[in-house]
Ligand binder design. Structure first.
Ligand SMILES: [Fe+2]
Length: 356
């Protein structure tokens, strides 16, 4: 069982990608709409087959990308039957099992933050994904979305705290950058309901959290009640249209040699190798302009943000740095040739001045 913990710095949400090495079957827990491209890139780069998006609950602080994943990967969306959400593929109840590869996650109904909160524990009870029920040295708030402090106290004390002390806790958020905890630690040190703290102690704390109203709640809750469904596909339709590009987990757009060949007349190729390399035996692409990487920054004003550029180097590394230095990082009009001139030549595409 492999686990990747991904972070959204805007909402401080943790997204979890869990997968099995051999079968490559994967699930993603609580993915964030704006980070769909990042998460999809990681899934693609790891060669994973996404089976499910699992929502721990209807979030109030961000919109899920579950619907985007459903559209792009045929994955199914799973959420609690008590969530009130539509558009899911499977509604979960307490004790349901989610299987992928040889991994089994069991759903635990842990209401209180919302009425539809679920936690998920693996078959070895070595890790539990607690959503907003149990946070690290804290809990989710209970002052909106059918929240109930009494219910949350019961959920944590009876269901989560009955897991082994060694079980790692992975929450949906942490606002201090702490990544995980354990059930044993939280049982002892959680200042809201650990140790001898009673239901009344907990309610007393929860009634006085003095938290601001979540900024995105009016947008996020209605969207998440539809599992992130958007009629226009939004982000998906925002993919670059000038070529079939792929977004890299590193944060830039990539283009394959095949694709560059088919759009060559529509783009400006910028070759960032040194002058002697450019004129060396690998050759260069016809029509390309040679601006060595160390001269890109000083030529920033050359780049028109509206034009389409493909940056090229020997093997596809310096071209990524060149995109950054040109001020075009994450710009949909700039791509790096994946594998560089080596890949271009290996695919049999012609060059000027090249030698075999
Ligand atoms: Fe929440």
């Amino acid at each position: 069982m492999n686990l990747r913990q991904l972070f959204d710095p805007v909402s401080c949400t943790y997204t979890y990608l869990i997968y099995q090495e051999i079968t490559k079957e994967a699930v993603i827990i609580d993915p964030v709409f704006e980070l769909y491209l990042r998460d999809k890139a990681l899934i693609d780069e790891l060669g994973l087959n996404l089976k499910y998006t699992i929502e721990t609950h209807v979030h109030a602080d961000h919109i899920t990308s579950g619907w985007l994943f459903k559209q792009s990967t045929n994955s199914e969306i799973l959420i609690s039957s008590s969530s009130g959400a539509t558009n899911s593929d499977r509604m979960l109840g307490h004790g349901d099992i989610i299987e992928f590869g040889d991994i089994k996650l069991k759903s635990l109904y842990t209401p209180g933050h919302t009425n539809g909160c679920m936690s998920f524990v693996d078959q070895n009870e070595s890790m539990v994904f607690t959503g907003d029920a149990l946070l690290i040295r804290g809990t989710g708030r209970t002052d909106f979305q059918e929240g109930s402090s009494h219910a949350l106290y019961e959920s944590v004390k009876k269901k989560l705290f009955s897991l082994p002390n060694s079980c790692s806790v992975f929450p949906a958020h942490d606002y201090n950058g702490i990544m995980s905890s354990t059930i044993g630690e939280e049982k002892t040190f959680n200042p809201r309901l650990g140790g001898e703290l009673s239901d009344n102690d907990f309610v007393g704390s929860m009634d006085n959290l003095n938290l601001p109203h979540p900024k995105k709640i009016d947008e996020a809750v209605p969207a998440n009640l539809q599992c992130g469904f958007r009629e226009d596909g939004s982000l998906l339709s925002n993919y670059p249209k000038w070529a079939r590009l792929s977004y890299a987990f590193a944060g830039h757009w990539d283009i394959s040699s095949d694709e560059l060949f088919s759009v060559l007349s529509l783009v400006q190729v910028i070759d960032v190798r040194e002058k002697e390399e450019y004129l060396g035996p690998l050759g260069f692409i016809k029509g390309s302009k040679n601006i060595p990487l160390n001269e890109i920054s000083e030529n920033k004003s050359y780049f028109d943000q509206q034009k389409n550029y493909v940056f090229v180097c020997r093997a596809g590394g310096r071209s990524v740095q060149a995109i950054k230095n040109a001020g075009l990082y994450k710009n949909q009009n700039a791509a790096s040739l994946r594998g560089g001139m080596i890949d271009w030549r290996a695919n049999g595409f012609s060059v000027e001045n090249g030698k075999d």
